[in-house]
Design a protein around this ligand. Structure first.
Ligand code: ATP
Ligand code: MG
Length: 664
């Protein structure tokens, strides 16, 4: 379903029906709370109330924790859908992430702690060293004629130089457009052409699961269709032979050796664009969101500080690739603005074996770990023995982002990774929101498995019907945000009308997230899945999350995706695609297991949600960022073929496999 038909689907004004009830509650540990930035629910509520009574005062106070070259004259100019935050203020985010730590007491503190994939290669880059390297990279870009406002594509692996490239762009005011290093040439060309990038920063290759991904060769293919690109800068990482075109292609190491190590940070207007980033493509063709400088810097800084409850001695690891918004906000800008030690790992969680992440945590005494539900479900599927081999006692806080987390996966994460002692922050946000919007304050807010809990300070979410009226507690509706926030995307690059129409036209006066949610009697938010994916069974509108969570709670199920298929009797019938735990994938037992699972769902959440059909799959189709693409499964279940946008699909063989299964 596209955004165009979405309006029709919610026009009925009917709310989502919620059928899942999760009653477990975990209060913050007293020892954790005693050292936390926010120490009790009362304290959280008091700060939140103040932040909502006067958001401009709240955000201005937060903004004062950053360095500004020139103060703002007004905190906010708002004329829906156009926001300007910290009007007339001047600052530079590279300066805030690097310089201010490099010259102070943190100068010798490790900023980036990098672990390579092939061996146990480690690089520790202090804030002082980062300062020098970023300035060299910035001067290197300048020496190629790259200037403030130019768009620069970055297509690299997870090397320290990727973070340095991002910061170097920010330093000179070039607008970066990071393209995930797994995308094909056509996806690079689309993004480079959309933004008219003048340069591409890349690598010879990068390591992933023991194999080399040939990044430069892929860029070379894309370059045949990208006339705006004048320069390509290539980091040597794998040492493989690559083609270099004289005049256009430059080695990173030669470029930075030939320049001075000092480059002043460009004073940027608060509303100058910082980057363009394309969404994951879960619901359709990716949108190129534009983020600006001041508000984005303030919200990513403040959310990192409070939600990960950062302490000076933390070793902070967010496993997201910098190619996604999570990597932008919570690998680079947020933690570095806080002066944190950021761990970056180059490769896959299952290389050379399934314990790689846990070995890294043990070896580097990681304290804060932030990952995605899709990864957690994979860890569960691989088996507990891979986790139990390592000492994870350094961990003190866990986080998740990217999809709703099934209560079963949440409990496993808490017990097996967190040893029952670490708070879990389930963080709801989007590429469009730039920073975290809903998440528990870990020392203050009791958590419930599967709930993102309560809003961050200054954020006013609501669950409403199509006219914008709040729905009663306990029933599902549309998740909206009632007022502008600093790190909101300002536009879709080159398409202001698409921005207005997609986000600011469905629900009067509100930002519409595209997600369905329910608010419980304690005010906690439970994300129910995409509104596009809602299934209408006999007039009952069900979100995907609850049925999937019921399936995942079955001991034999590792992962599940449910979609609706037209049904003459019920309107829609539920088709469930299910991936089994490894030891249960034996073919003989499958027909009986289908009945068992249908029965299980009936018993867990009711006959209404009973799947009409269960289909087993080795893998589900996912975006490159790891999210299940239900729209493809829906097409497959409905028409038997797929014509929708698959440019962000991770593994084409997953679809081929599903089609084969259908034919057999
Ligand atoms: P596209 O917009 O192209 O369809 P996408 O929505 O997957 O792609 P992102 O911006 O990466 O792109 O993802 C944001 C979405 O991810 C949210 O709208 C929500 O559906 C989901 N999401 C993120 N975090 C959470 C969370 N903690 N709980 C539930 N859902 C989440
Ligand atoms: Mg989206």
């Amino acid at each position: 379903m596209s955004m165009e038909t979405l309006s029709a689907s919610i026009a009925s004004g009917q709310n989502l029906q919620s059928i899942l009830r999760e009653n477990r509650v975990f209060s913050p540990d007293a020892g954790f709370a005693a050292k936390a930035h926010v120490q009790s629910l009362e304290e959280y509520r008091a700060i939140y109330a103040r932040s909502i009574a006067d958001p401009e005062a709240f955000w201005a106070e937060a903004a004062r924790e950053l360095d500004w070259f020139q103060p703002w004259s007004r905190v906010l100019d708002w004329k829906l859908p156009e926001a300007r935050w910290f009007v007339d203020g001047k600052l530079n985010l590279c300066h805030n992430c690097v310089d201010r730590h490099a010259v102070g007491t943190r100068s010798e503190k490790t900023a980036l702690l990098w672990v390579g994939e092939p061996s146990d290669e480690v690089r520790r880059i202090s804030y002082r060293e980062l300062h020098e390297q970023v300035q060299r990279a910035a001067n290197g870009l300048k020496s190629l004629g790259i200037r403030k406002g130019d768009r620069v594509a970055i297509y690299m692996g997870m090397t320290p130089e990727l973070a340095i490239a991002v910061l170097a762009c920010a330093r000179i005011g070039a607008v970066h457009s990071v393209i995930f290093g797994g995308f094909a040439a056509s996806a690079i060309a689309d993004r480079v052409n959309d933004a008219q990038c003048v340069a591409i920063l890349t690598q010879d290759g990068s390591w992933r699961r023991g194999a080399e991904i040939p990044l430069k060769a892929t860029v070379d293919q894309a370059l045949a269709q990208t006339p705006s690109v004048k320069h390509v800068v290539v980091l040597r990482r794998t040492g493989s032979a690559i083609a270099m075109q004289a005049g256009r292609d430059h080695w990173w190491h030669e470029l930075i050796d030939s320049v001075q190590p000092v480059c002043a940070a460009e004073p940027m207007d608060s509303e100058d664009p910082l980057y363009i980033l394309y969404t994951s493509g879960t619901t359709g063709k990716p949108k190129g969101l534009v983020h600006t400088t001041g508000g984005y810097g303030v919200q990513t800084y403040l959310t990192t500080k409070y939600i990960f409850d950062l302490r000076e001695e933390d070793v902070y690891w967010c496993t997201a690739d910098i190619g996604w918004v999570t990597g932008h906000s919570y690998v680079v800008y947020g933690p570095l603005a806080n002066g944190a030690t950021v761990l970056m790992y180059e490769g896959a969680p299952n290389y050379p074996d399934f314990s790689r992440f846990w070995k890294i945590i043990e070896e580097h005494k990681v304290t804060v770990f932030y990952t995605a539900p899709t990864a957690i479900r994979a860890f569960m599927k691989w088996g507990d023995e891979h986790v139990e081999r390592n000492d994870l006692s350094s961990l003190r806080l866990l986080g998740t982002v990217g999809e709703p987390i099934n209560p079963e996966a949440w409990m496993w994460y808490r017990e097996k990774i967190g040893g029952g002692r670490c708070p879990i922050v389930d963080t709801w946000w989007q590429t469009e929101t730039g920073g975290i919007m809903v998440a528990p304050m870990p020392g203050a807010v009791p958590t419930k498995p599967g709930s993102a809990t309560l809003p961050f300070f200054g954020i006013e979410p609501d669950v409403v019907d199509r006219s914008g009226n709040p729905v009663p507690a306990g029933s599902g509706g549309l998740l909206v945000i009632r007022r502008p926030w600093p790190s909101m995307a300002r536009t879709v690059y080159g398409d202001a009308e698409r921005y207005r129409k997609t986000y600011w036209s469905d629900v009067p006066g509100c930002y519409f997230t595209g997600d369905g949610a329910r608010r419980d009697e304690d005010g906690y938010l439970w994300l129910m899945g995409r509104v596009d994916d809602v299934i209408n069974v006999s007039g009952h509108r069900l979100g995907t999350m609850e049925v999937e969570s019921a399936l995942v709670a079955h001991a034999k199920v590792a992962e599940a995706a449910v979609v609706g298929r037209p049904d003459a009797l019920k309107g829609q019938a539920i088709v469930a695609f299910v991936t089994l735990e490894t030891e249960h994938s034996k073919p003989e037992s499958l027909p009986a297991l289908k009945d068992e699972l249908k029965q299980w769902v009936t018993q867990e959440i009711g006959a209404l949600a009973r799947p009409e059909e269960i289909r087993f799959a080795d893998v589900l189709p996912k975006t490159r960022s790891g999210k299940i693409m239900r729209r493809l499964l829906r097409e497959l279940a409905t028409t038997g073929s797929i014509v929708g946008d698959t440019t962000t699909l991770e593994d084409f063989s997953s679809l081929a496999k599903l089609r084969e299964d259908e034919e057999s």
